[in-house]
Design a protein around this ligand. Structure first.
Ligand code: ZN
Length: 144
């Protein structure tokens, strides 16, 4: 079995299971893959995962709402995994992040991984200075 993310031109994205990729091609050719929202079979295509997880559509059905909740719960738990990884492999410097990262970079302090708070603007400045920084999403612990 193979799972594909499908996308309809009406803007809906959904997942569907197929025996294999040729099964998918076969069904697609026969117009047997339907969008569950608008019912169209002509405009459904395999989609590349969207970089954004937010959806502007309002949920209409209970199932929809629950799927969305489940989805965001999974996203959160993945982000938390990422957060845990960072916490294990870097030192937390909180609001001192920007000055710390600069002093590591310019004062040739011992290289170490740090993480902390910075605004988007500060992050951009650091990147322009040639410093390796990345913004990652962070899930507050109390949201667990
Ligand atoms: Zn559709």
């Amino acid at each position: 079995m193979i799972k594909y993310n499908l996308e309809c031109s009406c803007g809906e994205t959904f997942e569907s299971w197929f025996q294999n990729s040729s099964e998918y091609e076969k069904l697609l050719k026969k117009n047997l893959i339907n969008c569950y929202v608008c019912g169209s079979s002509k405009t459904v295509k395999k989609s590349i995962m969207a970089p954004s997880v937010a959806t502007s559509k309002t949920s209409t059905t209970q199932k929809d709402t629950e799927q969305k909740k489940e989805f965001f719960k999974n996203v959160k738990s993945k982000i938390r995994e990422l957060n845990d990884y960072v916490a294990k492999n870097a030192d937390y410097v909180g609001d001192k992040f920007v000055s710390e990262v600069r002093s590591i970079h310019y004062d040739k302090k011992q290289k170490r991984n740090i993480y902390g708070n910075a605004t988007l603007e500060e992050t951009k400045e650091l990147q322009e200075e040639g410093i390796d920084v990345a913004t990652i999403p962070w899930v507050p612990k109390e949201n667990a």
